[in-house]
Design a protein. Structure first.
Length: 516
């Protein structure tokens, strides 16, 4: 009970899941309470019995969905092919599953989750629910690849995706598919694919958890029962419209000042950066180093793992460019608490928020940079959430055509699949986009924990960068992560910063003097 939430690998995504699961047990805890307290005992003490019953409709959602910041962002990209911008999750496992039960589970997912039945009304430029999809039964495919050599034909996820031949139409078709592969030698794989307009990282956790729950019920010949639905994506969109009417005057000035920054990351070429020209390089941080970095960084500096990764990125860019003023685009889950009523913890949809974060990196000392960037990160108003409101709903911010380096920590993908149901699971998560679609970031960096290792992918355009340039970037980033860990391991005392003392107005210099 005295364990530290963050040192156990806790983060905001897991906090949303914990809050959701407790609510289904008639208990209540706010996500912010989980994130505020370090100690599991203190978090547990914040759990209360639900005092009031929120009336959330369990009927099918219907009608037009108001615009949201991230869907507005999507259509503003003016992709060459808007129909092909899909997220996927590939699961490989050794247990043999019943094809008919898989198909029943897929149909039950579509019936239960309203977000999987969303389409786009081009005339009104809005999303809407097309509930006829719940009766179509066309979201499942079975492909027998057992006659092919596994290593050659099935190892590359892109080859598997190509074999499914899925062609979504955002205006008409169901935007969700599950394909089951027979890989031979008693091996199977499941490829979950959905257009990004209807899912995000947390949505996949919800979908996969419910999928396993349904399979368990079907295997035991039980009635299929899923947790209660939370507020619909439509209700969230309506709540955002109301939220957008607030006074954001101070934040408007703040965000425009960042958009005025002249930071541009240097490129090697000035070619057309479309998906056809893209490459992906990856880096993996092993289990021991990942675990040590999570625990030691929190123990010494009271920082989350996501913050560590952002710090390392800012320091790396400072090293490679010799620029003190740096702007990075940060991506978050976007499921923030905008009022006391709306709850989307179990809602499937695209909630992502993105914002440009400014960092001033002046020191060559790693300790000074950690403390400085920690404070700069925590001074971002409302964790950057209102930037998207101001830019894409209210249209109140300056237009800039500069592409940034983007960073997104997708969290821990371990333990989201019950290995009793799918033994020896390997999981792969990614985005597939049409070759003619533009890349939306100068370098798109995505990090996630899979099989206890930290996997980081760097997507870039060969028309903008040499491969050696990106590899040098990755090497420098990896070195910075190790420097942060070395720095933490060489300390035997906690380093405090002003944000650790919310109730006191105190400077870093004064704090250092107090604990000297």
């Amino acid at each position: 009970m005295n364990d530290n939430y963050y040192q156990l690998g806790g983060d905001s995504i897991k906090a949303i899941q914990i809050s959701s699961k407790l609510r289904n047990l008639g208990l209540e805890i706010k996500v912010k309470d989980i994130l505020t307290y370090d100690c599991i005992e203190e978090i547990a003490a914040s759990v209360i019995e639900s005092q009031e019953v929120k009336v959330i409709s369990q009927e099918q959602s219907r009608g037009i969905i108001e615009k949201t910041p991230i869907t507005e962002w999507f259509f503003e990209q003016q992709f060459s092919n808007e129909n092909f911008y899909n997220q996927y999750v590939l699961l490989e496992y050794t247990k043999t599953l019943d094809v008919n039960k898989i198909e029943l589970a897929v149909n039950k997912l579509i019936e239960h989750h309203d977000g999987l039945r969303i389409n786009y009304d081009k005339k009104n430029n809005k999303l809407y629910y097309k509930n006829e999809h719940s009766k179509e039964g066309s979201a499942f495919k079975y492909l027998d690849l057992s006659q092919w050599f596994y290593d050659e034909e099935c190892k590359d996820v892109k080859k598997l995706i190509h074999k499914t031949d899925i062609n979504f139409d955002i205006e008409n078709s169901l935007l969700f598919n599950v394909t089951m592969f027979n890989l031979g030698n008693e091996r199977q794989a499941l490829l979950f694919t959905a257009h990004h307009l209807i899912v995000d990282g947390i949505s996949w956790r919800i979908i996969l958890n419910d999928f396993i729950t349904i399979l368990n019920h079907l295997s035991n010949w039980e009635e299929v029962k899923l947790p209660m639905k939370t507020h619909s994506f439509k209700e969230w969109a309506e709540a955002l419209q109301e939220y957008s009417k607030k006074d954001f005057k101070e934040e408007k000035t703040y965000w425009n000042s960042i958009l005025d920054k002249k930071f541009v990351y240097p490129i090697d070429f000035n070619g057309e950066d479309i998906v056809k020209t893209s490459s992906v390089l990856s880096y993996e941080l092993g289990e021991n180093i990942t675990d040590s970095l999570i625990k030691k960084a929190n123990e010494i500096y009271n920082i989350e793992f996501n913050e560590v990764l952002i710090m390392a990125l800012a320091i790396t860019i400072n090293k490679l460019t010799n620029n003190e003023d740096i702007v990075i685009e940060l991506e978050r889950h976007g499921r923030e608490s905008i009022n006391d009523f709306i709850d989307v913890s179990r809602t499937v949809g695209w909630f992502t928020s993105m914002y440009p974060a400014y960092f001033n990196v002046q020191s060559s000392e790693i300790d000074t940079n950690i403390k400085s960037i920690k404070e700069q990160l925590r001074s971002v108003p409302e964790k950057g959430f209102n930037y998207s409101i101001l830019k894409f709903l209210n249209k109140e911010l300056k237009e800039v055509d500069n592409k940034y380096i983007r960073f997104n920590y997708l969290g821990d993908f371990d333990n989201i699949i019950n290995e009793e149901m799918l033994s020896k699971v390997s999981i792969e998560f990614g985005l597939e986009s049409s070759e003619e679609n533009s890349l939306t970031a100068l370098i798109d960096i995505a990090a996630m924990i899979v099989n206890k290792n930290l996997n980081i992918s760097f997507t870039y355009s060969n028309a903008r960068f040499h491969e050696d340039t990106i590899q040098n970037f990755i090497n420098s980033y990896a070195e910075t992560l190790r420097l942060i860990l070395d720095n933490c391991e060489n300390k035997d005392f906690k380093e405090f910063t002003p944000s650790d003392f919310d109730a006191v107005d105190i400077s870093q210099d004064d704090l250092d003097a107090l604990f000297d």
